[in-house]
Design a protein around this ligand. Structure first.
Ligand SMILES: *Cc1c(COP(=O)(O)O)cnc(C)c1O
Length: 401
């Protein structure tokens, strides 16, 4: 006899149909998405740079204090665009963490650069700023930072190193939308930032992203490269009387239909963040007894950072313990997942000459990190259920609130 939750189907992001009582993620619809989409459709403004693209960009520019923000089809596309704007070319080297998604590396690899992986910090799991200078050579062109889990990298130190060595800083803020470092929004601190609105992130439109341009001289070229290498954006503004091919480029701009979806989400950014914070805090408080006994490590947000609570993870003491916990949760119909296979030990990384043992912190963390279910609509009772099941494995009682 199937249990009730086994009947409710959830389509995972990989397209597999899976049944979980507590899924890992549930995309959240705030309510006005279809209304805005209908407006976009009725106004026949469904290609890129229509009304809702402008509205979404203005909203973010105003909230984050960025010089310019342009929507893209994904964070991956924003990073590709960033690598072009950064002037990355054959033979350049780019410094980045290995503990990240493939897109951070691919953007530069596609321009002919070589990724140079640096180990991460044990506390935030962000790139270890103290290891960056040793990785710089005459070929280094840029540093790509990744704000893991929506917690900022040590940007002051990184910016100083970049200035000293005349390097460009690209922030992969895919997970860091609406989060801050020293009062500044992630993505607006380096030269260029990249955001993701993929359905697994905090604010979503299915597939989507944005590029943040923090230097005025980058804006005009960004508009051109994003519009297939043409000056069509200037033409629409009436600055030129016809538009033409002026540079390399591709189609980086999303349909206004997706921008309409996104705009409904962005209007609710703070409410969404607050709800995620409550879930995060409940996990943190109730799992504390496990941390006190040294059985798990809880995530850390440095005092300089304001998180957007993109994820809640725990770090176990061994790969075996993580495997055991995943199996137990799965048997209870709870999906918890791990993250990332380090880029330097992936098949691509190995093909580039990297090998296991080179980045010890990244390697040990990636074997032991477990992401717990986290989504806007997650109820307190659901958080408690996950915590209770974890505590059962360790035979420790959760703290009562
Ligand atoms: C999600 C993610 C990306 C990719 O974002 P898309 O919008 O799916 O292209 C890139 N980098 C990091 C760190 C991510 O978490």
């Amino acid at each position: 006899m199937a249990k009730p939750w086994e009947r409710a189907q959830q389509i995972s992001t990989t397209g597999l149909v899976v049944n979980y009582r507590i899924p890992f993620n549930k995309p959240f619809i705030v309510g006005k998405e279809l209304y805005y989409i209908s407006q976009s459709v009725l106004q026949c403004q469904t290609s890129g740079d229509g009304l809702y693209t402008k509205k979404a960009q203005e909203l973010m520019k105003g909230s984050f204090g960025a010089r310019e923000i342009l929507l893209t089809t994904s964070c991956t596309a924003a990073l590709d665009l960033a690598a072009i704007l950064a002037g990355v070319k054959d033979g350049d080297e780019i410094i980045l963490p290995s503990f990240t998604f493939s897109s951070t590396a691919n953007a530069f690899l596609l321009r002919g650069a070589r990724p140079v992986f640096v180990d991460c910090r044990r506390d935030t799991l962000n790139i270890d700023e103290n290891l960056i200078e040793a990785a710089i050579t005459v070929k280094t062109r840029a540093i790509a930072t990744v704000h893991y889990a929506g917690v900022g990298c040590e940007m002051d130190t990184i910016s100083k190193i970049a200035q000293k060595h005349r390097l460009i800083v690209v922030e992969d803020a895919a997970q860091g939308v609406n989060a801050k470092y020293k009062g500044r929004y992630l993505g607006t601190i380096g030269d260029i930032g990249a955001y993701s609105f993929h359905e697994t992130k905090n604010f979503i439109c299915g597939e989507g992203g944005a590029i943040v341009l923090n230097r005025p001289e980058l804006v005009e070229r960004a508009e051109i490269v994003r519009e297939k290498g043409t000056n069509r954006t200037r033409f629409f503004r009436g600055e030129v009387d016809k538009y033409t091919w002026v540079d390399i480029g591709s189609s980086f701009l999303p349909s206004d239909i997706l921008a309409a979806f996104l705009y409904a989400q962005l209007e609710n950014m703070d409410a969404i963040t607050k709800k995620r914070q409550e879930i995060y805090r409940r996990y943190e408080a109730r799992l504390q007894p496990l941390a006190d006994r040294g059985l798990v490590t809880l995530p850390i947000v440095p005092p300089d950072c304001e998180s957007n609570y993109h994820m809640f993870y725990i770090v176990l003491n061994s790969l075996d313990e993580r495997t055991r916990l995943i199996e137990h949760l799965k048997a209870e119909s709870i999906l918890a997942v791990f993250h990332y296979v380090p880029l330097h030990t992936s098949p691509m990384g190995l093909a580039m000459g990297y090998h296991p043992g080179m980045l010890p912190v990244t390697e040990t963390i990636s074997e032991r990190l477990l992401r717990l279910p986290m989504y806007y609509e997650m109820r307190e009772t659901e958080v408690d259920l996950v915590v209770d099941e974890i505590c059962k494995v360790f035979k420790v009682s959760p703290s009562t609130l």
